[in-house]
Design a protein around this ligand. Sequence first.
Ligand SMILES: [Zn+2]
Length: 250
Amino acid sequence: MEMVQINKLIDYSAQFLNVGAFRDYCPNGLQVEGRKEIQKVIAGVSASKALIEEAIKQDADLILVHHGYFWKNEEAVITGMKRERIRLLLAHNINLVAYHLPLDAHPDVGNNAMLAKQLGFTTQYTCAEQNIMHVGACELQRLDVLGNRIELALARKPLVIGNPNQNISKVAWCTGGAQGYFSEAIKQGVDAFVTGEISEQMVDMAHESGVAFISAGHYATEKYGVAALAKHWEAQFNLSINLFYTDNPV
Ligand SMILES: [Zn+2]
């Protein structure tokens, strides 16, 4: 294990993830500053109080997440739960580092690339806003079989809307809360769209378009990006890495 300067790690990651190329809803990179030298990293999906408490317990120098703080529509004041989270970080001198869209989109460690690996999808091209959606191939199989495969791979039962007997070979996918891209996926001529969350109108859209909608879980589809980035850090900087996942059913 070695020590790495926080600034060096952040500069490296900004370049690696091409952070400057994204218009995002939150700051990417260092969100709450802690100690200057990093050796121990804990990575999780969301910067919850439970994750911070685990970081304190492990005496981690840095928390890496996909969902950090300071979102565009969030109240600007630091009160209540937000105050408590930030108080804990500052009191224990722990860095909070978050990557949102750049970590969804990265071709190697991104959530979309990593989900494809889990599910056996091959990316053919990316599209939609900021190229956030992937379109590609999956092994020809029935929708119900694909549903089972996803349940096995992600350890969570997906909500599958569509004819269970229909054949699936062309798919679009986008991790997290990307149900708003369903019409874009339909336009791409796919057999099924896989994302994290679902909204009420997606059910009728799936039936009327004949394109299956698979809600595989926001949390479940976004567990792999932070893990892959942390692993990359481990190899690049010889840091110690721990993963912390909570039981989030959404
Ligand atoms: Zn998300």
